[in-house]
Design a protein around this ligand. Structure first.
Ligand code: ADP
Ligand code: MG
Length: 613
């Protein structure tokens, strides 16, 4: 009799219930059907194939693009007493042979391999034909698509590898990349047969998103304060250039924060050392370019701060999404300065292909809109990914109302009228942001002279405002879709279907002028309130106590601390304060293997803490 999925879930993985989507994917795999699971980072995709692999027997082959990902998964499975192994290019022949022997003996349930294993050596294909492969898993399956960001040609060879096996295994593919194009590519290029496709929503409810506009000095101060306030937590600070990485890291160091850095300009040794220090909880903060992150499965990243605005929401969501894999409340803060736009435009202009530039500009505009919107950030992001959220989340910087939004309804209407007057005066032409701002500020220019803008009624209507503020108001109108920007290089502004109703109506309009502007009173418009999972203050000390023990035990074994137990499990212990093995087993994340290995020491630590506090 094989065990039921729920039994395996609790005995082996220590969890009581499935997360969204897991159960149905597992059921389909167990019924022999190919599946494609599209779920956001941290949703728990691994479990969807690891668990059926254990029930199906034989060996499951898992294709994974990075050695670090494989290692993390194998170590994590071993912690739970699962027989998992990997073969990769960093191993010597003897090591590989040992693993293959173990597979042949039937003592490996999950075998992780890189996709190149299938093209480099036909011997591996032949080897697989000689063992009992029942499940073939393709993780990070978007790598098969040229539309994705991490295309890997070797993924295209996987269907042939599957086809050459004596008996076709169930094929299961997983990715966090949402676009329909990528999804179709996966089904096609991986040769999935009548797959069960599941796409869960892209929302990450435990992430708190916020945007703040500030200059470089203020960014330094903000980052330092945030890092110090969360001294016990792990965080990533992303910068858009190597220079900014170095400067930010140095700044934190001079203030006594042992931050490490990571970018493509460093030698391998420093990069590896930085990454390890961060993953093993020795350095609390890593300051990095976007070169850092792919293949990092560290589950207890509590915050991701972007010092600069990235070039697209796709990139932003992926980078910010490295926070809170364990499902605990985490912060994603985007620090924005208008100069960030110039940096991104410069990068785009390096591209020689006009179509590429155009689509990059469109993605950039969506990112700029995100920075300038006064409405729900979560909803704005989900809409970008094609969802249709009809709520304000109640738990982002804009919904929670601490984002320095100012009521600029009157100014906004003046700006829109000006767009109208300029078109009227010029015989129907549209103009870009800088001309518009010049007219609002009554700044003479060749163009204004040519078209006689200094004679229109809106000339200089905002000349008492600061120039930067007027620019921000225009950006906010674009973000709110009251103005649209042309796709060409001129980026001219024109009305949208929303513009006239706004001009006639009495809807208010908010912009994020400076971070100092007093927050406005906002009407209650939250439809969904999310519960905060953070621990109470009294538990924080206990958490620190257990965290210390976890770090010691991790060091003894040479594995990252979050593989011993994730943060969520430690919080679970703080909440229930178990005094017996049976109670400990009730804590999510404690399965039978970990209970056996670590239960004694954690129970002792809990007892010890309660006696001495
Ligand atoms: P993904 O690959 O989708 O980004 P992972 O498979 O790495 O996510 O899982 C993220 C975290 O969620 C891991 O720490 C994992 O142990 C945890 N997890 C997975 N399934 C469950 C569950 N049913 N209950 C609680 N935690 C879970
Ligand atoms: Mg994963």
């Amino acid at each position: 009799m094989s065990r039921s999925p729920l039994d395996v879930l609790s005995e082996t993985f220590g969890y009581r219930s499935f997360r969204d989507g897991q159960e149905v994917l597992i059921e389909n795999i167990l019924n022999g059907r190919d599946v494609l699971g599209v779920m956001p980072t941290g949703a728990g995709k691994s479990l969807c194939y690891q668990l059926p692999a254990l029930i199906m027997g034989g060996v499951a082959v898992v294709v994974s693009p990075l050695i670090s990902l494989m290692k993390d998964q194998v170590d994590s499975l071993k912690q739970n007493g699962v027989r998992a192994a990997a073969i990769n290019s960093a191993m010597d022949w003897d090591e590989v042979t040992d693993v293959l022997d173990a597979v042949r003996r039937g003592s490996v349930s999950l075998l992780y391999v890189a996709p190149e294993r299938f093209d480099a050596s036909e011997a591996f294909g032949a080897f697989l034909s000689s063992v009992d492969v029942r499940l073939f898993v393709v993780d990070e399956a978007h790598c098969v698509s040229q539309w994705g960001h991490d295309f890997r040609p070797s993924y295209l060879g996987l269907p042939a590898a599957v086809g050459s096996l004596p008996k076709r295994p169930v094929v299961a593919a997983f990715t966090a990349t949402a676009t329909p194009k990528v999804r179709d590519d996966i089904v096609l290029h991986l040769g999935l047969t009548d797959p069960f496709v599941l796409t869960t929503g892209f929302d990450r409810p435990n992430l708190f998103f916020s945007v703040m506009q500030m200059n470089s000095k203020e960014k330094d101060k903000f980052i330092l304060r945030h890092v110090q306030k969360n001294a016990a937590a792990s965080g990533i600070v992303y910068c858009s250039t190597r220079k900014a990485v170095d400067a930010t890291r140095d700044f934190l160091r001079t203030k006594g924060v042992p931050a490490v850095r990571y970018h493509a300009g460093l030698d391998d040794a420093e990069r590896r050392a930085s990454q390890e220090a961060f993953i093993y909880d020795r350095a609390p903060v890593i300051v990095a370019t976007n070169a850092f992150g792919m293949g990092i499965d560290k589950s207890n990243v509590r915050y991701v701060i972007h010092r600069n605005m990235p070039g697209s929401i796709d990139n932003y969501y992926q980078e910010a999404g490295r926070a809170g894999r364990d499902g605990l409340q985490s912060d994603c803060v985007l620090l924005f300065a208008p100069g960030d736009v110039a940096t991104q435009r410069f990068l785009i202009d390096q591209n020689e292909n006009q179509d590429d530039r155009q689509s990059a500009n469109r993605r950039l505009q969506a990112m700029i809109d995100y920075c300038n919107t006064g409405s729900c950030l979560r909803a704005e992001m989900l809409r970008y990914f094609g969802e249709t959220p009809d709520y304000s989340c109640g738990s982002c910087g804009n919904c929670a109302g601490d984002s320095g939004l100012t009521d600029v309804t009157v100014e906004a209407k003046k700006i829109l009228s000006c767009v109208y007057r300029m078109a009227e005066k010029s015989g129907g032409l549209s103009f870009g942001k800088s001309t518009l701002v010049q007219v609002m500020m009554a700044e003479p220019s060749e163009r204004s002279e040519k078209y006689g803008f200094d004679g229109i009624s809106t000339w200089g209507l905002l000349k008492d405002c600061r120039r930067g503020e007027v620019q921000t108001m225009v950006d906010s109108l674009i973000a709110a879709k009251y103005l649209s920007v042309s796709d060409d290089e001129y980026r001219t502004l024109s009305f949208t279907p929303k513009t006239r109703p706004f001009l006639r109506g009495d809807e208010k309009f908010f912009a994020r002028l400076t971070k100092k502007a007093a927050p406005v009173e906002r009407e209650e418009r939250t439809k969904r309130v999310r519960k905060q999972e953070a621990p109470s203050n009294s538990d924080t000390a206990m958490f620190e106590h257990l965290r210390k023990l976890r770090r010691e035990m991790a060091a003894e074994q040479g594995v990252p601390p979050y593989l011993i137990f994730p943060d969520s499990t430690l919080y679970g212990m703080c909440a229930t304060k178990p005094s017996t093995e049976a109670m400990l087993l009730e804590v999510p994340g404690v399965g039978t293997t970990k209970l056996e290995r670590y239960g004694g020491r954690f129970l002792e630590a809990i007892r010890d803490f309660l006696e001495h506090s």
